[in-house]
Design a protein around this ligand. Structure first.
Ligand code: AMP
Length: 200
């Protein structure tokens, strides 16, 4: 199965994609993670977009995704964070046939609340959320590494506003394009998973 998981930032796409991938034996591909794993000059170029809340140019994003899909032999996957606009959707359609698209829906205020509470550990990659969960046991420190947590530049208020505006203008048409099935993301993680599995 080739599955798309769509939804605004902070809707829990990443969390659900991991759970669904392991439940159904699919490969989880997060384009955000793919971009953040780049190194050297390419990483500097990518960061110049990400840190300001902008999308990475389609050609670059597609090149990286196509390399990844080729490596995986275009196997069954769950795509998290792609396509972000109609141009990317059309390019994806020329590579593979998408079987189903799911939209995890949350209101804008919830996106802002969740993203602005998100803190990360630079060393081990753990993600905490002081607005939702998991909260760190000691304020501002990673439970595992005991070092100060940091906030991603794109989780800061100005970047969040821009990311949401881009989501509404560019990503919403993708939801229509794939007739994505809407799931209420404003529920417990377990309930969202159940709802997704039901429609699959
Ligand atoms: P995410 O982890 O999915 O929230 O992505 C973090 C950032 O990576 C986004 O705000 C974009 O700057 C960039 N990004 C992720 N996926 C894409 C994509 N499909 N096209 C362009 N930029 C992307």
């Amino acid at each position: 199965m080739k599955l798309l998981l769509l939804g605004p930032q902070g809707s829990g796409k990443g969390t659900q994609a991991k759970i669904i991938a392991s439940n159904l034996g699919l490969v989880h591909i997060s384009t955000g993670d793919l971009l953040r794993s780049a190194t050297g000059k390419l990483r500097v170029e990518i960061d110049s977009y990400i840190t300001h809340g902008n999308l990475v140019p389609d050609e670059l994003m597609l090149r990286l995704l196509d390399e990844k899909l080729k490596k995986l032999d275009y196997c069954n996957f769950i795509l998290d964070g792609f396509p972000r606009n109609l141009a990317q959707a059309k390019m994806l359609d020329s590579l593979v046939q998408v079987d189903k698209a799911i939209e995890i829906h949350i209101p804008d205020e919830e996106t802002v609340r969740r993203l602005s509470g998100r803190y990360n550990c630079k060393k081990c990659g753990a993600i905490y959320n002081i607005a939702t969960s998991p909260k760190p046991k000691k304020k501002g420190l990673c439970d595992i590494c005991n070092i100060p947590l940091y906030q991603r530049d794109d989780d800061k208020p100005e970047a969040i506003k821009k990311r949401l505006a881009i989501y509404h203008s560019e990503t919403s048409p993708v939801i229509v394009h794939y007739h994505a099935i809407r799931i209420n993301g404003n529920q417990s993680i377990e309930k969202v998973t159940q709802d997704i599995l039901k429609v699959l």
